[in-house]
Design a protein. Structure first.
Length: 116
């Protein structure tokens, strides 16, 4: 098995982002605005080459350089990421791109997490 990769997103809850979060919207009915919520995005499991390509779209030159794991949202190459995701077999990846873009607008932080 090669490297897998995902993104952990942390940020402030607001009712208008519930559809982009990890759990069904009714799970958040008593969540206060501003409470920190966590979302896992992408879950690239197609191996090392795909995970490295994914990382490069995020502005990461070395997926195992832990200094680069906090993603600068301004360095994400959205068009390259969109093209990469369209070449992948998993349809959920494109939905996760939509989530990433919305969460980025809401001040979330993103952390790249390789595994394997």
């Amino acid at each position: 098995m090669g490297m897998c990769a995902d993104i952990v997103a942390l940020g402030p809850f607001s009712p208008d982002i519930t559809q982009y979060l990890e759990y069904p919207p009714d799970f958040y009915c008593s969540t206060r605005s501003g409470a920190t919520v966590v979302v896992t995005l992408f879950g690239i499991s197609e191996g090392s080459s795909a995970s490295r390509h994914f990382a490069s779209c995020l502005g990461i030159t070395d997926p195992w350089d832990f200094n680069q794991h906090t993603i600068d949202p301004d360095k994400i190459d959205v068009e390259a990421l969109r093209g990469f995701l369209q070449s992948m077999p998993e349809e959920e990846y494109s939905k996760d791109l939509d989530k990433l873009l919305v969460l980025r607008m809401h001040g979330f932080q993103f952390i790249f997490r390789p595994n394997g």
